[in-house]
Design a protein around this ligand. Structure first.
Ligand SMILES: CC(C)(COP(=O)(O)OP(=O)(O)OC[C@H]1O[C@@H](n2cnc3c(N)ncnc32)[C@H](O)[C@@H]1OP(=O)(O)O)[C@@H](O)C(=O)NCCC(=O)NCCS
Length: 275
């Protein structure tokens, strides 16, 4: 039932139910407690990668924490539909894992601790995560793969929803202040993409809304991994010759890959006046 709420495919839901008995209970308990003890905390928690023979190990503590998230949302006046929108990312990433690894798994389970702890919300096309210090409210922008094109209209709509949502839902942090700073750390903002993607691309139009700050690539990021994962649904070891060339984005990126581009993951600050 929980996986149905997450919009999981039946294959993934069945595999998760079947593997539950084999999941190490101590690890599940430990990971669950990290959520329970930090409801409303910022960003997401760094969880260990699941053991290779247990690719779903991180899923169970997340599902166990759904009642905690629901209670947190209801206290803040958010309805069940808002909670389900947040959970839908889990179904999406199970699908992505199946495409990448050929079976059920959740390789980035720690990412969802932002979802379950009540820090991340889906507003229109984009997700927003409460990330900054209390004195300097900051919202991280995240982009799911499912949900349609990243059109400028969809982006403007999401940001305007966020400008209204956060002061209402988290008044102690966002009310009575200027609009929060919106940031995005993503391969989508790599300026090198301008050399390869067509000018009309939504990715380039999205990137043009940001001023880049900090190093060319943020510490702890990996442009190669992200491009392989998000644009090709491929594991990082996949040779370029084996990557799919099914659409304009993939064909354009492959030209760059063959030319030896090393993809970056910069951070940008959204220029609200460019929306
Ligand atoms: C970000 C995203 C929504 C942009 O999609 P978009 O609005 O269609 O972007 P563009 O206009 O630049 O590109 C259009 C082309 O990309 C293709 N495309 C869109 N999403 C794609 C994806 N996830 N994987 C591969 N190709 C994709 C489209 O089919 C289109 O090609 P076509 O005209 O030949 O059909 C899309 O790249 C995506 O889903 N990425 C995965 C999520 C992601 O990267 N999030 C950021 C994580 S840090």
């Amino acid at each position: 039932m929980l996986l149905e709420r997450c919009g999981a495919d039946p294959d993934d839901a069945e595999a998760a139910a079947a593997a539950l008995d084999q999941a190490p209970p101590d690890l599940l308990e430990e990971l669950y407690r990290t959520i329970e003890s930090d409801m409303g905390g910022l960003k997401w928690l760094q969880w260990p990668k699941p053991p290779p023979e247990q690719p779903l190990a991180g899923l169970y503590p997340l599902l166990s924490a759904v009642p905690l998230m629901d209670a947190f949302h209801r206290e803040r006046g958010l309805d069940r539909a808002a909670s389900d929108l947040v959970l839908a990312d889990i179904g999406e990433k199970l699908r992505l894992n199946r495409r990448m690894h050929g079976g059920a798994g959740l390789d980035v389970a720690g990412w969802f601790t932002g979802h379950l702890r009540g820090s991340l919300y889906q507003l229109g096309r984009l997700q927003f995560c409460v990330e900054g210090a209390e004195s300097k409210p900051l919202l991280g922008m995240h982009i799911r793969g499912e949900g349609g094109p990243l059109s400028p209209e969809a982006v403007a709509d999401s940001v305007s929803q966020a400008v209204e949502f956060f002061p209402r839902v988290f008044p102690e942090r966002f009310a009575g202040r200027e609009a929060p700073t919106f940031t995005c750390t993503s391969w989508l903002l790599d300026p090198q993409l301008r050399d390869w993607l067509p000018e009309r691309s939504n990715i380039l139009r999205f990137a043009s809304l940001f001023d880049l700050v900090g190093p060319a690539s943020q510490p702890g990021t990996n442009g190669h991994e992200d491009v392989w994962r998000f644009a090709f649904a491929a594991v990082p070891a996949t040779p370029a010759a084996d990557l799919p060339e099914d659409n304009t984005l993939q064909r354009s990126l492959l030209k760059g890959i063959r030319a030896g581009v090393e993809w970056q993951v910069p951070m940008g600050v959204l220029a609200l006046d460019r929306l």
